[in-house]
Write a protein that binds this ligand. Structure first.
Ligand code: ZN
Length: 161
């Protein structure tokens, strides 16, 4: 069990954070960006990067090869739609994608937009963790967080029209 502090200050104990979020038990800050029959997208605002999206399966699975045929189709379609929305409404040129199967949650893909400032941390997979930590520790100011929230609203609107 993991203890999670909700944005209203309450704490809940859940087996799996991804289950808690995709089932609606835990409301992600900024809300649901888009939902499909099998997937759920939100931003983890703990990492205040404009346009960063976490796409989680609704089913509690760990590995890509556990996806059913219908889930695979749904996955690539929604992943592509989110990517296009990042480009169309936020002007994001490049995105890094990653997911790890040995997660303590369940199947979820990180879509991390690349911005100029990130290149000082390198331009490959090894730069992702330092970039996320930099954002969490140094970019949590009000101005940036407001931009992140605005981007969430823009993506949500684009993906649900
Ligand atoms: Zn789960």
């Amino acid at each position: 069990m993991r203890k999670i502090t909700l944005s209203n200050g309450e704490t809940v104990e859940v087996e799996c954070l991804s289950c808690a979020i995709t089932s609606g038990l835990v409301e992600p800050e900024g809300g649901v960006v888009v939902e499909t029959p099998y997937f759920h997208a939100h931003q983890d605002v703990a990492y205040p990067i404009r346009g960063l999206i976490i796409l989680a399966s609704k089913r509690h699975i760990k590995c890509l090869d556990e996806l059913t045929e219908s889930e695979r189709l749904d996955y690539i379609n929604i992943l592509s739609r989110i990517r296009k929305a990042q480009r169309d409404v936020l002007g994001i040129e490049y995105v890094y994608y990653f997911y790890n199967e040995d997660t303590t949650h369940h199947f979820h893909t990180w879509m991390v937009p690349r911005y100029e400032w990130m290149y000082e941390f390198g331009r490959s997979v090894e730069s992702v963790r330092p970039v996320l930590l930099h954002a969490r520790n140094k970019m949590n100011d009000k101005g940036n967080v407001e931009k992140v929230m605005e981007a969430i609203r823009n993506l949500t609107e684009e993906l649900n029209k």
